[in-house]
Design a protein around this ligand. Structure first.
Ligand code: SF4
Length: 454
């Protein structure tokens, strides 16, 4: 999922359209936009599908204004219905407002139960709707920033929220800083985005990140900062670097391509392979494959081609769709891999489906050996923070050893990047969330892993 807000510039709906398109890799099941028109009224359009399918010129023009926000959705934890397409838009006596979020609130069930007991009725399972209820439940007459701070203090987990009124935008990030949220300057206005690649797309200039625990208010007075919590940590999701973000995005000062390339270099040092060529799995593993190739001196070859018009397998919601997705998405280049010993570099192994299919494809295309190198540690735990890495039962490396997994995917050898290298590939980082690799969840998770696995 990702959020995008634009304040104080002309043609916000077009800018949001292009910005959402640049973040399409973070969710392909639905998207939406709410903008404030010159008459001060909010207008919304949302729908299932890709940004180019949901919006056309007419719809973009109809939404135009000077302030707006957008969202792309993948139905991860707690959001398996298209009712959950954001932004949400609420009417209220104190003023209409819109909300969108990225992440997952881990105590959402508990908070929902408390609110329902006090009369709230929920239309969706989304954390954005939960935040709306929390904001409005206590002291709705107070200045909104107090109700927002009150509401965020009740929430635990990973979240980046955008809240919009007819003349103001609030950008909020959880106190662990799980997922990125950055601020850019565009003319006299501002842009807030889940990824910095959006800034280049729409011509904005990066200013800074929203800090963990911070609520940034953007209005005609400019930018103001408040903190809903002083107990902040830096637990950026490692999977943002490894898989999720676009290579041209920077996350807390580290470029994603540079991170992946460094992880590839380290991967070679930790797990060299006697081979002829290095092949990366497009797209998120290409940078790591380049790093592996540079460090090893083995030529980097385009041994796999991606059909750009098929979605990412990892975020397809069912196993059947994922398997179909792999076959439609990737093709081996026979003239390159035939008769070669291949080092296949991939970003991660989740269920093992993709790796198995790719190894099989490369062998069918004539590869004599396939040595799989993974630019992250073994994934052994589910994520509770909004990244749909799957349940414990489905995670291949939670159920079997590296040797068994190697056999299962049909590779000649299999090796993973160490924890240390996963952290230190991001120059200057001293900490991040690696819970899906080591089970050390930075927050309470409010249920046992077995419960969560049901
Ligand atoms: S558990 Fe894994 S996927 Fe989830 S936030 Fe932590 S590092 Fe990211």
């Amino acid at each position: 999922m990702s959020v995008l807000g634009v304040y104080g510039v002309e043609h916000v709906s077009s800018l949001i359209y292009y910005g959402l398109h640049a973040m399409q890799h973070r969710g392909q099941e639905g998207c939406g936009m709410v903008c404030v028109g010159e008459d001060g009224k909010m207008k919304r359009h949302r729908g299932a599908g890709l940004v180019t399918e949901v919006f056309n010129e007419q719809k973009i023009e109809a939404l135009d204004g000077h302030l707006g926000m957008g969202h792309v959705l993948y139905t991860g934890a707690g959001a398996r219905s298209l009712d959950n397409i954001q932004p949400f838009y609420f009417h209220h006596g104190t003023g209409d407002f819109a909300l969108a979020h990225n992440g997952n609130v881990v105590n959402a069930e508990l908070l929902t139960e408390c609110l329902e007991r006090r009369g709230s009725l929920f239309h969706t399972h989304s954390d954005a709707e939960l935040l709306a209820h929390l904001i409005k439940k206590e002291n709705p007459e107070e200045p909104r920033i107090f109700s927002i701070i009150y509401a965020l203090n009740k929430m635990e987990g990973a979240f980046a929220f955008l809240i919009m009124t007819k003349n103001r935008l609030y950008a909020c990030r959880d106190k662990y800083g799980f997922h990125p949220l950055s601020i850019g300057k565009l003319g006299d206005g501002y842009v807030v985005s889940s990824e910095t690649c959006v800034f280049d797309t729409i011509g904005a200039e990066y200013i800074r990140d929203v800090a963990p625990g911070e609520v940034v208010t953007i209005d005609k007075k400019g930018i103001r900062s408040s903190f809903y919590s002083q107990e902040t940590k830096c637990k950026m999701c490692a999977m943002e670097y490894i898989y999720f973000a676009r290579p041209d995005s920077d996350i807390e000062g580290c470029n994603v391509h540079a991170y992946r390339k460094e992880s590839g270099r380290r991967l070679f040092k930790e797990a060299p392979a006697d081979a002829d060529i290095v092949v990366g799995v497009p797209d998120s593993s290409l940078s790591a494959a380049q790093g592996y190739s540079e460090a090893s001196g083995l030529p980097y070859e385009m041994g796999l081609i991606k059909n750009k018009y098929v979605g990412r397998t990892f975020i397809q919601p069912s196993q059947k769709l994922r398997e179909k997705g792999v076959r439609m998405k990737l093709s081996p280049v026979r003239s390159i891999v035939n008769g070669k010993r291949v080092v296949l570099v991939d970003d991660s192994i989740v269920r093992g489906t993709t790796s198995q299919r790719i190894v099989e494809m490369l062998r069918c295309a004539g590869a004599t050996e396939v040595h799989v190198r993974i630019a992250s540690p073994t994934m052994t735990h589910p994520c509770f923070y909004g990244v749909d890495t799957s349940t414990l039962d489905e995670l291949m490396l939670a159920r079997m050893s590296v040797e068994e997994a190697c056999k299962r995917i049909g590779a000649d050898s299999l090796a993973f990047l160490s924890y240390d290298s996963t952290l230190h590939s991001a120059a200057g980082r001293t900490d991040m969330c690696l819970a899906c690799f080591d089970g050390k969840y930075p927050t309470p998770i409010y249920k046992s892993i077995e419960e969560a696995n049901k």
